[in-house]
Design a protein around this ligand. Structure first.
Ligand code: PRT
Ligand code: ZN
Length: 294
């Protein structure tokens, strides 16, 4: 009898590929990292990682070829608008691949809201999301569908404005465009089928998601340790960013002094350390957290 294996789709090359694989590895899944292979078999669990073009990932999850997929929210939302009742959902937001789908126009264009696009041509590789934006704002405009190089469309004279992904804004700037409106904020997401999985597949999915939760929960969190006078604990607790009650242990060698340990859910900046020092703390250490299970 063949063993059932959970299939997870990731982008093979491109902006999300490395970060997706590295998140995978952080969940403790071990596979041989051979760049040319379509399929990575996880060594010690019934999981296969399918490495494909990002445009195919949602279709694979929708059709049941894969149970889970790592993809940009923009790609997911765009693909979803082609389906009436998709049985898929966003299982987790992953915190990388951040960008926004924006309306951008030549610098001289006088934009006073979506109505300014009425009767114009807007180039995009996200036609469904653009059409939804236009119809939500009750605007009729012509959608010019392009597979890529959207930002050059106004210069080529084939569009008056564009609807394209922006992260730093450098590409818009280089093409004489400026962002004037936001259609969708995006980041990489884990999408999954809402169909129930039983037996080994269900167990493999649960185990993977539990570990992924643990990895995501530690992102940005830090473990902080310091020595301090017992009298300063109140002030120190106030300063620690996003920490629950810290652990306080008396120092055997110094009367009235304690060691303070805490998990901080928010970034710990140099300013935070300076304030802790001013409150009486010394020997302050900030450490990354690798894994956490609550
Ligand atoms: O080959 P494959 O089909 O798998 O990949 P692809 O070429 O279709 O996608 P890829 O790898 O370029 O992007 C994958 C995903 O990364 C996107 O779907 C987004 O979710 C996310 N992402 C994050 C971005 C950007 N940032 C981004 N800046 N995708 C594209 N861009 C492009 C944008 O289209 C524009 O051309 O980068 C340019 C703008 O960048 P800035 O920094 O100049 O603003
Ligand atoms: Zn693509």
């Amino acid at each position: 009898m063949s063993v059932e294996r959970l299939r997870i789709a990731v982008q093979s090359k491109g902006r999300l590929a490395d970060a997706s694989l590295s998140l995978f590895e952080k969940t403790g899944l071990r596979f041989r990292r051979d760049k040319d292979e379509l399929l990575f078999r996880v060594e010690d669990q019934p999981i296969d990682v399918l490495r494909v073009r990002d445009d195919d990932i949602v279709q694979f999850v929708l059709s049941g070829t894969c149970e889970l997929g790592f993809v940009g929210a923009n790609v997911y939302e765009e693909a979803l608008l082609d389906h009436d009742r998709p049985d898929t959902e966003i299982v987790a937001r992953l915190g990388f691949g951040r960008c926004a789908l924006k309306i951008a126009a030549p610098r001289a264009f006088d934009y006073a809201g979506p109505k300014s696009l009425a009767g114009l041509r807007v180039a995009t590789s996200h036609p469904n999301l653009l059409k939804r934006f236009l119809s939500d704002n009750d605007v009729e405009a012509r959608v010019v569908e392009l597979a890529g190089s959207v930002e050059v469309a106004p210069r080529l004279g084939i569009a008056d404005a564009v609807c394209d992904l922006v992260s730093t804004g450098a590409t818009l700037e280089a093409n004489g465009l400026r962002a004037v409106d936001t259609v969708l904020e995006s980041e990489a997401v884990l999408v999954g089928s809402t169909r129930a999985l039983s037996g080994e597949l269900g167990e493999a999915r649960e185990k993977f998601l539990r570990r992924l939760d643990g990895v995501l929960a530690t992102q940005g969190t830090k473990y902080i340790m310091m020595n301090a006078p017992e009298t300063a604990i109140g002030e120190i607790t106030e300063i620690l960013p996003g920490a629950d009650a810290p652990t306080v242990v008396p120092l055997a060698s110094r009367q009235g002094s304690v060691a303070v340990h805490a998990v901080c859910q928010e970034s710990v900046f140099w300013e935070t350390l300076e304030r802790l020092k001013a409150a009486g703390a010394s020997a302050i250490l900030v450490l990354p957290i690798e894994k956490m299970m609550m």
